[in-house]
Design a protein around this ligand. Structure first.
Ligand SMILES: [Zn+2]
Length: 265
């Protein structure tokens, strides 16, 4: 029989293990050698990040500062032999900065590390086998505070400049998650009345995508509201003019959420 004292000792021991684990994680800072130099960062952003190219000079230098801050605070770790280059690290950071660029003091307090796999993987993080179709994900359970991206998809998001960008998609999930629930409703970005309008707009769009009435939005967005929010946000940041022309109501709501066209807070 376990008595009260033993239970108490067990509780204290578990608490100590919890504290030590946290301390260990915090102590694993980013190695200086993993942070690309300022010249490389500027060159990659100017060459391949369309969002950055559209900013004015002072906004561009603010963007560069945010990228450096990201790289100093979030570890980017190649796994399974992924050949991660300095430019890829800049891509990860840029994808993190883009969604919340207008919110000067916002940061991903729910993320420690981004793992980069060479290619797509399965939900169990396997690189071989039939169900190897995941290009990016935000971890849960033991993978909590970890994001996983496929190197191929990370690069394609920036180099091909289409409506899709897997890395931005995953960071938008983290923005969604920051209020405690991944539900497609970024409560920190919308007032209560806007959230209500956003939910009904999402359901309308999901219905129309499912009924094949909308063809220019990735059908994966019709999976559920959280995927719709992430997919629509990719479109918003990658091809804003096209989204505004094709779906002005959706564009307006995302513009309101991300404060894209309003001065920084
Ligand atoms: Zn998703």
């Amino acid at each position: 029989m376990i008595n009260t004292v033993q239970l108490l000792i067990l509780a204290v021991a578990l608490f100590v293990v919890f504290l030590l684990t946290r301390l260990y994680k915090q102590s694993r800072k980013v190695a200086e050698s993993d942070i690309p130099d300022a010249k490389t960062i500027k060159r990659v952003l100017a060459a391949d990040v369309a969002f950055y190219e559209k900013l004015d000079a002072s906004e561009q230098s603010r963007f560069e500062e945010r990228v450096v801050y990201f790289l100093q605070h979030i570890r980017i770790t190649p796994v399974q032999g992924a050949a991660v280059k300095p430019a890829d690290r800049v891509f990860v950071a840029a994808a993190g900065v883009i969604p919340m660029f207008r919110f000067q003091h916002w940061f991903y307090n729910n993320l420690d590390e981004v793992l980069i796999y060479p290619d797509t993987f399965s939900k169990d993080f396997e690189l071989k086998g039939e169900h190897r179709n995941v290009a990016g994900m935000v971890g849960d359970g033991f993978m909590h505070r970890t994001m996983i991206l496929s190197l191929q998809y990370l690069r394609a998001g920036f180099l091909q400049q289409t409506k899709g960008n897997t890395a931005i998609h995953e960071f938008v999930h983290l923005v969604d998650k920051s209020d405690g629930a991944v539900d497609g409703i970024p409560e920190e970005l919308f007032s209560a009345s806007c959230s209500k309008a956003w939910v009904s707009l999402m359901h309308e769009y999901i219905k129309e995508i499912r009924e094949n009435e909308i063809k220019d939005i990735n059908p994966y967005g019709a999976t559920n509201p959280q995927e719709f929010f992430a997919v629509a946000s990719e479109y918003f940041f990658q091809e804003p003019e096209l989204l505004e022309a094709n779906h002005p109501d959706l564009y307006r709501m995302l513009d309101l959420a991300f404060q894209h066209n309003t001065p920084s807070k």
